[in-house]
Structure formats: structure tokens, C-alpha cells
Ligand binder design. Structure first.
Ligand SMILES: [Zn+2]
Length: 520
């Protein structure tokens, strides 16, 4: 049956749509980048399991595994050695001195060894040094008359080795009139506790994680070590910089402390918080605790994540797309030991999530002309450690890199605002980006003027230092982001629509460059 003339135009349209390449191919790929999937990915990466993705940490390890699984699922080629997505690099860190030891003598006179790394860990900031004494458990080690809480009022901590919970009474209770409700007070910092111990005449401080944190009872304060350091820094200088009183501090697991005090510390903690009255616990007669724990510098093997799509030309040219996967974790340094997880939903679960969406969209396309490399960096929050390490040993010579496009914080601020940094001296790139935005009818408002002061502060800058054109995709005006590096940077309040818009422009730019061979 010949077609009737009426159906011919319809067939013609279908034929046009079926032609590979061009706008239709690009637009179909862009459509797979959705607000919904961005939101799910941010929820995952900023979820409680990931514990704020500090470098290095068990939480960041989980985040890395999630990214690896997603990359494998969309069939992207691992760019690391031996079929791995992990590109190794060395993290220069303060780690627990392996000579460190702790033990206690029980009431019967038997010596019980404690295991470094599991039962106890050193606390960065502490002075090193051996200490030996009779232990007392002094609640939260808080001496704050303003809060009507004085763990040392009895004077019985003098000459003793003080154990205490981290944080403060009912730390998560917004209704509590004392201790600023759910906001941590100054009294809850490691430094304040240590000063209180020193003033009370204590000879050591053993920090036991607040049971209200619901950590494994076998866990010490998490993520204290290894602690990445600047290359020209030493572990000893950490202590000098902290300026804490000369009282050695370690963290011990609740389980180990319970053995020493022969009591249920979970119950003791519940009593303290219920009665809201300090109470000093003595260990059984004859119990003595001793420890000597410090830090040393060491290279710790770590990794960035890398996946690639091979181009058909084999020219060796590459486009690099990146985002940092890490955040500040528990932020013990800046948040002074108050032990709150910083989920880093916007910074930078958002960029990592959108990069996964972009990678997935690109993976479904036919091969590009030249290679596309996707990098998820670690150590960014510690000073661009992962990206700088990559740039020292790049997979492609820097002269072969067409550009590096980085997304860092793309999910807050004005829903339609996109700031792209690095274009001040690159008007041709500015025009190129505007052209891509028009081509996909993006309703993003592009701002290429602001953010000069931020340009050195994310991973693209490591590439800029090697003369690679480096573009910084950013939500715009950091001053409007009230949760920047705060525990409030949670997944519930990011803007998935903004991520979709930015992801689509990011991918469209990659498509124009690598699939269509356009150049700025
Ligand atoms: Zn960031």
C-alpha cells in the first residue's frame, strides 16, 4: 500500500529525528539529566552514612563506592590502573604514632592493654607525653557556672586522670533552656574541656564520644586521624598552633572506658541528661590508667576517582570535567570538637551528583571525537590536595587538555543564576558558553563577572596553574549562602531544578566541544 500524501510529512519528520548527531542527539542526552535524579544523588552523598565525607574517612570511602557503582552501571571506562576508577595519590598526614600505647591496671592488679586505633587514638592539638593516674569520670568536663553545670565542683579531679563525654548535656535538645538548646556552646569544645580539666588540677583528659551520637560503642571520636597536613607542616606544630594547656588528651571508645569504670556508661550518660545534674564517677579501688600517645607525619595512600570516554580520533586531546567529592566531615578543627556532621549537600554533593548525571548522559551517546575525562577529587577542602596531586601526574599532558570544567556548589542561591569563573581574560569562552545556553534554550542567567576572589578556592585552579583553560561553575555570591561549611548544608534545602539547569548547560558545552568539534 502506497502511503497517502497526508502521511508523507509525518514520515519526513521521523526520518529527520532518526538522523544521528546534531541537536536531537544532544537534546535527548540532556533530557536524561533531571532534577529528580540530581536530588536523589545529593540525598545519597549528603546522607548520614557518608558522615560529611571528610578526607580521609569511612564516610568518604562509602561515597567513593557509590560513585564507582554508578560509573560501572553506565559502562564508563575506569581511568585508573588495573581497571580501577581509583587514581592513587599520597596524602601527607598526621597519623597516630605507632609507638603510642595505653593500658590500665584492674582492681586485681592485672594489666589490660588497649589497642591503638580501635580502643584509643591521639587527639590532634594535644601535647604529647606520658601520663599515669587514678581515673575519674567527670561527666562532660564542663565547668560553666553560666550554664549551672560544674563537673569539677567537688575538687575530686585534682591529680586524677579525667574521663569525660564529648559535647554537652542534651546537646540535641532544642527545648533545653541551658546550653543554648540544640546549638553547641563554647563549653562543649575540646579546648574548653581541656582548660576546665587543667584548672581542676586534672593530669590527663580522655574523651569518650557522647552516647547520644549513636556511634558504635566500640568507636573513638571519629576521623581525628589521619589528618592531612600542608606539605611544609609538622604534626608537632599542630599542638603549638592549638595552644592547649599542657595536659595530654586522647579519645577512647565507650566500650574500653566501660571496662575501666566497670559500669554501664550509656546508662550513666542517660542519668546525667535526665537529671541535668553533674555527677563524678570513681573507678573501682586500685584501678590505674596510663597512656602515651602522639602524632607523626606519614604519607597515606589515597585516591581521586577517574572515568573516561574514548574519542574516535585518537588524537590524544581531552576535555576534563570535574567536581570534588569530599567535604569537611565532623570538622573537628573549625568546629572545635563539637562533633556535628557537616553533610556538605551543596558543597559539593551537588557538583558530584550533577557530574554523575552528566557522565551518565555522555556515556549513552556515540563516541566523541576526542577523549572526555571525568574526575571526582578528594582532599579539596584540605587545600585542593586531590586536584593538585592529579596535576602533578596527569593522565594526559596538560598541553593536550582543551579545558577543565569544574562544578563546585551548584545548588543554592538564585534558582536561575550561574556564575562561571575564569572567563575574565577569555571572552571567546564567554561567547561560547552563551552560545551553548542559547542553543539549548537554557533559562539560566549567566554571570561571568563575579567570583574573582573565589577562583583560587576550588579544583579547577590546580589546572589553571598548569595553563589549562579552567572554568569554575558556581551558584553565585557565596555571601548569600548562610550554610556554607555549616552543619545546615543539608540535602533537604538544595535546589534540584538549579542542578538540572546547570548540568544541562555543562553537558551541552561538553557535547559542542567533543562531539561536534566546535571550538571557542
Ligand atoms: Zn567545595
Amino acid at each position: 500500500m502506497p502511503s497517502t500524501p497526508r502521511t508523507w510529512p509525518l514520515l519526513a519528520v521521523l526520518v529527520v529525528l532518526a538522523v544521528p548527531g546534531g541537536d536531537a542527539e544532544r537534546d535527548a542526552a540532556l533530557k536524561t539529566i533531571t532534577a529528580k535524579e540530581c536530588a536523589v544523588r545529593v540525598e545519597t552523598l549528603a546522607g548520614p552514612e557518608m558522615q560529611g565525607r571528610g578526607t580521609p574517612s569511612a564516610g568518604l570511602e562509602k561515597a567513593a563506592r557509590y560513585v564507582e557503582e554508578e560509573l560501572a552501571a553506565c559502562g564508563l571506562e575506569p581511568a585508573g590502573p588495573e581497571g580501577s576508577y581509583r587514581l592513587p595519590y599520597q596524602l601527607y598526614c598526621a597519623v597516630a604514632d605507632p609507638q603510642g600505647k595505653a593500658q590500665w591496671t584492674d582492681a586485681a592488679g592485672a594489666v589490660q592493654a588497649l589497642e591503638l586505633g580501635t580502643d584509643f587514638v591521639p587527639v590532634p592539638g594535644s601535647r604529647p607525653g606520658a601520663v599515669r593516674g587514678v581515673p575519674v569520670f567527670a561527666g562532660y568536663a564542663i565547668d560553666a557556672s553560666k550554664e549551672e553545670w560544674r563537673d569539677f565542683a567537688s575538687g575530686k579531679a585534682r591529680g586524677k586522670l579525667v574521663f569525660a563525654f564529648t559535647r554537652e548535656p542534651r546537646a540535641d535538645d532544642p527545648k533545653l533552656k541551658r546550653f543554648d538548646g540544640a546549638e553547641p556552646t563554647e563549653a562543649s569544645t575540646f579546648a574548653s574541656k581541656l582548660r576546665a580539666v587543667a584548672e581542676a588540677g586534672g593530669i590527663g583528659l580522655v574523651l569518650v564520644p557522647d552516647p547520644a551520637l549513636d556511634l558504635d560503642p566500640g568507636a573513638t571520636v571519629p576521623d581525628l586521624v589521619p589528618l592531612p597536613l600542608p606539605r611544609n607542616f609538622s604534626a608537632a606544630r599542630l599542638g603549638q598552633l592549638a595552644g592547649w594547656p599542657d595536659v595530654p588528651v586522647i579519645s577512647m571508645s565507650r566500650r574500653a572506658a566501660e571496662a575501666i569504670f566497670a559500669t554501664d556508661l550509656g546508662k550513666h550518660h542517660a542519668d546525667l541528661d535526665k537529671r541535668l545534674r553533674p555527677k563524678l564517677l570513681q573507678a573501682p579501688e586500685g584501678v590505674v590508667v596510663e597512656y602515651d600517645a602522639g602524632l607523626v607525619e606519614q604519607e597515606v595512600p589515597y585516591f581521586n576517582l577517574a572515568a573516561r570516554i574514548r574519542g574516535s580520533s585518537g588524537s590524544g586531546a581531552v576535555l576534563i570535567l570535574g567536581a570534588h567529592l569530599d567535604h569537611v566531615g565532623w570538622n573537628h578543627g573549625d568546629d572545635a570538637g563539637r562533633m556535628r556532621i557537616h553533610p556538605g549537600a551543596d558543597d559539593n554533593a551537588s557538583g558530584s551528583a550533577v557530574l554523575l548525571e552528566v557522565a551518565q548522559a555522555c556515556a549513552a551517546l556515540p563516541p566523541p571525537q576526542d577523549d572526555v575525562l571525568f574526575l571526582w577529587f578528594t582532599g579539596e577542602e584540605r587545600g585542593l590536595l586531590g586536584s593538585r596531586a592529579y596535576c602533578e601526574e596527569p593522565l594526559y599532558p596538560h598541553t593536550q587538555a582543551l579545558a577543565m570544567l569544574n562544578m563546585d556548589m551548584v545548588a543554592r542561591n538564585d534558582p536561575r543564576l550561574l556564575n562561571v569563573g575564569g572567563l575574565w581574560d577569555r571572552p571567546e569562552w564567554a561567547r561560547f558558553l552563551r552560545k551553548q545556553a542559547r542553543a539549548i534554550r537554557s533559562d539560566l542567567e549567566l554571570d561571568f563577572d563575579q567570583g574573582r576572589d573565589l577562583y583560587q578556592r576550588s579544583d579547577h585552579f590546580a589546572f589553571h596553574e598548569h595553563n589549562v583553560p579552567a572554568l569554575f561553575f558556581f551558584e553565585g555570591d557565596l555571601n548569600k549562602n548562610e550554610v556554607y561549611h555549616r552543619p545546615g548544608d543539608v540535602a533537604e534545602t538544595v535546589d534540584p531544578g538549579k542542578m538540572e539547569r546547570i548540568g544541562r548547560l555543562f553537558a551541552a558545552t561538553a557535547y559542542a566541544l567533543m562531539w561536534e568539534g566546535e571550538r571557542p
